[in-house]
Write a protein that binds this ligand. Structure first.
Ligand code: FAD
Length: 492
């Protein structure tokens, strides 16, 4: 439909709604009339605290001051995720954000490491990764040229509140009220307006559905459809609780596998976010709640919150004049903290495609193609953690080991097992992470690249020890995470 887009309506004011409002208002606010409708009575999902490095760039795009952001969100730095008991009970590894070692034109560092390990010349794979060593030693500093890859742990409700002030400052208008009707044009199928409980009508040219799992616009009104991925990702429930901190916050998330799922521990400045993600077909809600409460430290600050979800995605992220952002667009469990990333991806992609002069089918199709690809690749990466495991100690883990997986993932696993290669496809998010997680989960390649054999044993030993020494020297120069955080946010 070739109608110019002037008036954008955002339905919902959780993390997705306010991130969208903030970005549109800051970057396109001069040309747009932006209204956000939210209902205090309904509230937000109230979880979502771990992020990945792309949030650093989203904040920079908006011109948000990092110290102010950390102070406002009770944030800490995050350098990766420690996966405990995932490979097997008692076996841990840390998936860190940075690159491990040094690649050459023909092959990745893992090839050099594989031969080095065979010859007894190499130590743990993670010893060659700056972010992993910094995380383990609880260190952090900003380094020039983004020399240290980092993300944040944040209180997402505070982030939404902070962004509300930001978005309103740049002209976004907030309307309080519960949406009870979505008017759709009978011929075009385009959304025309939202009607609230109090009778108020909010009209728009374009609507962004940020109503969370309710998906009031994209699904309830437009019936776009949902593709379930629960046969690949069996967890469908979570219970979450906040506790007071008992130690200084560490710069990584902990992901602790149990018999029927996994537990997160996310350290903020003054409290810890805890949750247990589980498969309800293997553990009931009462036991899951007990399991979580039996595995927390520190004073319990909130009542346990039970959340049910269905892993999968909306069949179209953008349909007619409606874009789904956040949980309305689908959900991948929080194992690799990718939901906020997917929110910002849909926002930034929408800004790139912005249909100021009217919506074109070709643009909508391309948007959806890119969004589908991105989400499928992240889905595969998450499934990897469950599939490639040595655990056989519970019915849940035996199920995960034996379950069917997408062909795209099966191919990636086979290529790595047989050749040691990981190839980046298109703009997929995770690259170096694949090596770290596959090796961490116990998948060892059968071969390494022949180029490594052109090095003598001494050359290989020197190369590996140089890389490691460089990592160690840089880690030595970093400050303690807590000291740096306190100093960095002192005047915010
Ligand atoms: P919500 O927070 O549910 O917001 C929906 C909004 O719509 C609210 O403002 C609500 O009031 C409004 N609304 C709904 N219906 C109406 C109506 N009828 N009228 C008016 N307003 C309405 N993500 C991460 O990146 N990292 C994590 O560590 C992480 N952990 C998670 C753990 C769990 C267990 C779950 C389930 C999710 C996690 N997520 C995580 C995802 C993250 O919580 C969400 O992506 C994020 O909070 C965005 O949610 P949202 O804004 O889409 O929805």
């Amino acid at each position: 439909m070739k109608k110019p887009i002037r008036k954008v309506v955002i339905a919902g004011g959780g993390t997705a709604g306010w991130m969208t409002a903030a970005a549109l208002a800051k970057l396109m606010g001069k040309n747009l009339d932006i209204t956000l409708v939210e209902s205090e009575q309904i509230g937000t999902i109230g979880v979502g605290e771990a992020t990945i490095p792309t949030l650093v760039f989203f904040n920079r795009l908006l011109g948000i001051d990092e110290a102010e952001f950390l102070a406002a969100t009770q944030g800490t730095y995050k350098l990766g995720i420690r996966f405990e008991n995932w490979r097997d009970v008692g076996k841990d590894y840390l998936h860190a954000f940075g690159v491990t070692g040094k690649d050459c034109w023909a092959c990745g560092f893992q090839h050099f490491w594989l031969k080095g390990r065979e010859l007894g010349l190499a130590s743990d794979f993670g010893d060659y990764c700056l972010e992993r060593r910094a995380a383990e030693t609880h260190k952090f500093s900003h380094l020039p040229n983004n020399g240290l890859n980092y993300a944040f742990h944040i209180d997402a409700s505070r982030y939404a509140k902070y962004l509300r002030g930001f978005a309103e400052h740049f002209g976004a208008r907030r309307v309080e009220g519960k949406i009870n009707r979505v008017a759709v044009h009978p011929d075009s199928g385009y959304i025309q307006s939202l009607t609230l409980d109090n009778g108020q009508t909010v009209e728009g040219d374009f609507f962004i559905d940020c109503t969370g799992m309710r998906a009031l616009l994209i699904e309830k009104a437009l019936h776009t459809g949902y593709e379930s991925w629960t046969h690949w990702l069996p967890c469908d429930s979570a219970v979450a609780v906040q506790t007071a901190k008992v130690q200084e916050p560490i710069p990584y998330t902990r992901s602790i596998a149990h018999d029927t799922g996994w537990q997160w521990r996310i350290p903020l400045q003054t409290r810890v976010g805890n949750g247990y993600v589980y498969a309800s077909s293997f553990e009931d809600d009462v036991h899951a709640r007990e399991r979580l409460l039996g595995n927390i430290e520190g004073e319990q600050l909130t009542d346990p919150l039970l959340i049910k979800f269905q892993t999968g995605r909306r069949r179209k992220q953008w349909h007619k004049n409606c874009l789904a952002v956040g949980l309305s667009s689908g959900f991948l469990e929080p194992l690799e903290s990718t939901s906020i990333h997917l929110i910002q991806q849909n926002i930034v992609r929408f800004l790139r495609f912005f249909p100021q002069q009217g919506i074109l089918d070709s643009e909508v199709d391309e948007f959806n193609r890119q969004a589908d690809f991105e989400m499928e690749r992240i889905r595969d990466f998450i499934i990897l953690h469950y599939k490639v495991t040595e655990r056989t100690d519970s019915e849940f883990w035996r199920h995960c080991r034996n379950m069917a997986i997408p062909d795209t993932l099966a191919n990636k696993i086979d290529v790595f097992r047989e050749t040691g290669h990981v190839f980046r496809e298109g703009s997929e998010l995770f690259v170096d992470s694949w090596q770290q997680v596959m090796l961490g989960q116990g998948l060892t390649p059968e071969r390494y690249h022949p180029l490594v054999d052109t090095m003598s044993q001494q050359e290989l030993a020197d190369f590996l020890s140089q890389v490691k020494a460089q990592v160690d020297q840089t880690v030595d120069k970093l400050q303690s995470h807590n000291a740096y955080l306190a100093q960095f946010t002192a005047n915010a």
